[in-house]
Design a protein around this ligand. Structure first.
Ligand code: S3P
Length: 430
């Protein structure tokens, strides 16, 4: 549904805020809980639409999962206890659900079919079909080769060493989960390190997994995974909207509580420091094998542009829409490069970001692998085409805070994919 945002020029944002649980970790807790023995209790679970899609897929495979607000209890069926799905598995809008579940399904002797919404049907799946086929799974794509919907017939997997062309945690995790069912260890090598939540959580549940260095990880098959208590930290990708809001709105001072600051996710913190933003971490601690802290940001009028590229890109890939908004508000030029992966997210994010900010009056140019932004130019309200991409909608709601006039989102409801109460939380601190 169309959403007209309240005109909010230069609001002062103050106070403490918590954002929802981490999406990547919530998905993985359901998946590992399902194939572990015994009960997995999950606290601060993200009840966004993507993670609900994951729950529904496992319920269709016979796993008993109870959800009560943000607490979830998964009655694990063990590594070999999943049942042939009672119908087509619908991953909705979720690439993580599709690619990680495909790894698990590659290890099952039954047939299963996965589909998704129109956005997901347009996202490339060859990147997992290729390694999982090398391991021995059979894929049948119903419409277009390399895209959903597809049927997987798994079983009798061989362990392989797979050199991925892309730094993608979804590809890496898919291979590692299939590796649980292989005849010998499976190794994944990446061009640069992607988020490592699967590795940390597999270790936490008792798998035999070793990181040889940042870009090479091996897993041994057939572990006895044991259900655990998982305390999900808050999602840095959701915190990012408030971090940027606090930096760009005059007089702001915000503390965002209990955020996951895993170094494979926290590239945005380094970028804000490089740009001379006021940001600090407080109360740093470990929680269910993940690093957590409270993030303090305050208004930063002296920020400058920067160049973002290379190995840092996978550590902030989902934050680029809101980093682009930040770059329009600082002095000087920001270059975002080596980020061609943006084209295959929930929308083509190079296009959706550049078209939207251009419509608001920003000085921004698209490149093949990113964008160039000349900051310090005033922004004006405009109608934004979100392509129903949650991160685009939220990034432009933040741009609305510092523009003249109002941003109108062609679809405001898509924030429910990862942050159902996004607009209410923004009201609380503004
Ligand atoms: C995710 C990995 C990233 C990220 C996505 C979540 C995950 O995708 O963009 O939102 O949970 O593994 P890629 O693996 O395609 O980079």
């Amino acid at each position: 549904m169309k959403k007209v945002l309240k005109e909010g020029i230069q609001k002062e944002l103050k106070g403490e805020i918590t954002v929802p649980g981490d999406k990547s970790i919530s998905h993985r807790a359901i998946m590992l809980g399902s194939i572990a023995h015994g009960i997995t209790e999950i606290d601060n679970f993200l009840t966004g639409e993507d993670c609900i899609s994951t729950i529904n897929c496992f319920r269709k495979m016979g796993v008993d999962i109870n959800v009560s607000k943000n607490k979830v209890s998964v009655n694990g069926v063990g590594l070999n206890g999943l049942k042939e799905p009672s119908g087509i598995l619908d991953a909705g809008n979720s690439g993580t659900t599709t690619r990680l579940i495909s790894g698990l399904l590659a290890g099952q002797s039954f047939k299963s079919t996965i589909t998704g919404d129109d956005s997901l049907k347009g996202r490339p799946m060859k990147r997992i079909i290729e390694p999982l086929s090398k391991m021995g799974a059979k894929f049948l794509c119903m419409n277009n080769d390399g895209y959903l919907p597809f049927t997987i017939k798994g079983g009798n997997l061989k362990g392989i060493t797979y050199e991925s062309k892309v730094a993608s945690a979804q590809v890496k995790s898919s291979c590692l989960l299939a590796g649980l069912y292989a005849d010998c260890p499976t190794t994944v090598v990446e061009p640069s390190q992607s988020r490592n939540h699967s590795e940390l959580m597999l270790e936490y549940f008792g798998a035999d997994i070793k990181c040889h260095n940042k870009t090479e990880v091996s897993i041994k098959p057939n572990p006895r995974l044991i259900g655990q208590h998982v305390m999900v930290p808050s999602d840095i990708s959701s915190a990012a909207y408030y971090m940027v809001a606090g930096l760009i709105c005059e007089g702001s001072d915000i503390l965002i509580k209990d955020v996951n600051i895993n170094s494979t996710r926290a590239g945005i913190i380094r970028v804000i420091q490089d740009m001379n933003g006021n940001i600090s971490l407080e109360n740093i601690r470990k929680q269910s094998n993940e690093d957590v802290a409270d993030i303090h940001v305050s208004y930063s009028p002296d920020m400058c542009g920067t160049t973002i590229g290379g190995d840092i890109i996978p550590t902030l890939i989902d934050e680029i829409p809101v980093i682009a908004v930040l770059a329009t508000c600082v002095n000087g030029k920001t270059i975002i490069k080596d980020a061609a992966e943006l084209k295959v997210k929930e929308s083509n994010r190079i296009d959706t970001i550049v078209n939207g900010l251009d419509a608001m009056g920003a000085n921004i140019k698209a490149c093949d692998d990113g964008m160039v932004i000349n900051g310090g130019v005033p922004l004006f309200g405009a109608e934004i085409t979100t392509k129903k991409d949650h991160r685009i909608a939220m990034a432009f709601a933040i741009a609305n805070l510092v523009c003249k006039g109002s941003v109108i989102l062609d679809d405001g409801d898509c924030v429910a994919i990862s942050f159902p109460d996004f607009y209410d939380k923004l009201d609380i601190i503004s």
